[in-house]
Design a protein around this ligand. Structure first.
Ligand SMILES: Cc1ncc(COP(=O)(O)O)c(C=O)c1O
Length: 263
């Protein structure tokens, strides 16, 4: 949030204060924490400006608000593979803009493409870079990873995509398993070529809400490829099981990602 705040001219939040505030509200609402598998209590902290003012300038007054909601599986498909439409008309963000921040402007920019993709039967769009429409950026609310010829690749953080926390956890997990991730430019052509050569092993998205969402199909300009026979890949499943196992306390958290909430 502070990375976003800096770009959006919003004062930085005190980290300890924000974490304590979240813990407190979670404790108060603890009975809303759902228990069924795949469900969770979604925590959404956000900041709004509260100046009584019309015009364009940074605000002087803000409110930091935390809302909670019990949630089920984010995608109707659950952990099953999703169909993704590679967007070749609209763009979401460009370098130098707001792409790396969590701000409603990015989602406003994405709605039309998402609606059109949904109309064609796709769950989400895969964004390409805003200049050449050549390099892979991210999916609507997920970062993306591709396993090509045994190597895991994810687009580098160059200012136009969100550096998601699940992306970071995935990279750290894979490193700890001796499977380092290459963070680099990855063109959509490279992914389609790898598929043609039989070397596209798996593709998946990462995000807080879905955790890991395997990609079963990509449609780029009408060329459709099926990935891993539309099945969840071995690596995607291992990452999903490990992250959700750590979150639920069933697996040891050797990364210190979890924190205890008590009254
Ligand atoms: C645009 C975008 N990219 C990536 C992500 C994944 O980020 P995280 O893993 O922090 O949830 C999100 C999550 O909301 C997102 O909105």
């Amino acid at each position: 949030m502070n990375i976003s705040n800096e770009r959006l001219c919003i004062p930085a939040l005190d980290l300890d204060f924000a974490v304590e505030a979240i813990k407190e509200v979670v404790w108060i609402d603890r009975e809303w924490i759902p228990e069924a598998e795949g469900t969770s209590l979604y925590i959404r902290p956000f900041v709004i400006c509260t100046d009584p003012y019309l015009g364009v300038r940074p605000a002087y007054t803000y409110k930091f608000i935390i809302i909670l909601s019990p949630v089920g599986a984010y995608y109707p498909e659950g952990i099953n593979p999703v169909k993704i439409y590679v967007e070749n008309e609209y763009v979401r963000a460009v370098r130098g803009g707001l792409g790396f921040t969590k701000t409603p402007a990015n989602y406003a920019a994405s709605l039309k493409a998402q609606e059109e993709a949904k109309h064609l039967g796709y769950t989400q769009v895969l964004w390409l870079d805003g200049v050449e429409k050549k390099y892979i950026e991210e999916v609507g609310t997920m970062n993306v990873f591709f396993k090509i010829d045994g190597e895991v690749i994810t687009p580098a953080l160059e200012g136009s995509i969100l550096g998601g926390i699940t992306r970071d956890s995935t990279i750290k997990l894979l490193q700890s398993w001796g499977l380092p991730v290459k963070e680099r430019k990855l063109s959509i052509q490279e992914v389609f070529d790898a598929h043609k050569a039989g070397k596209l092993d798996e593709a998946f998205g990462t995000g807080t809400a879905a955790v890991i969402s395997p990609i079963g199909e990509l449609n780029w300009n009408g060329n459709i490829i099926e990935i891993n026979q539309g099945q969840i890949g071995e690596l995607s499943k291992r990452i999903y099981d490990t992250i959700t196992g750590i979150q639920s306390g069933q697996l040891k958290d050797s990364f210190a990602w979890t924190t205890e909430v008590k009254g």
